[in-house]
Design a binder for this molecule. Sequence first.
Ligand code: SF4
Length: 204
Amino acid sequence: MRNSCRLQAGLERLAMNPISSLFNWPVLKQIGKSDLHALGDTAASDRTRNLNSRLKGADKVVSSICPYCAVGCGQKIYVKDEKIIDIEGDPESPISEGCLCPKGSATFQLVTSQHREQKVLYRRPYGTEWEPISLAQASEMVAQRIKKARDEHWETTNGQGDLVNRTLSIAHLGGATLDNEENYLLKKLYSSLGIIQVENQARI
Ligand code: SF4
């Protein structure tokens, strides 16, 4: 099937441009270059010759950590014109020494996938549809809910009269896509709010 498609494409090219197609015919190239076994340059196509490293043209390399799991493998992020063009394992990482598992190797897709959600989505109580809202509106809604829950369930002392200054009405469960810096800031924020139920699967 594949060969018949190729043959069809070759015949179409020949019909459109007979002279140049003829000179590109591998047999003629092999004869012309005395490469009858096609083990030399004639074995390469223009496509092969024009292939380049994925990293070609990168103007910046940024060290990072794989966002997926608590192993924390090192990554090198290659950037061109302020856009990520590739993500590879970092050979200088003492944890992973340049290796990434299949999931970590696909981190580039996490950043660039067309399926990546770019907007904040909100589903109202009893709603059946997600609706896009602005980041500012979402942040305001989160802040209002935190304040309300904290105000309504603040504990200054526990049952034994000990000073605790906490709220048990809010808990945090973090995921592995949070990096070290985000986890640090989250823990700091929660501690300042008196939130003590903080858990995270990721590296801290
Ligand atoms: S590369 Fe794989 S093992 Fe390493 S942190 Fe990422 S997901 Fe975990």
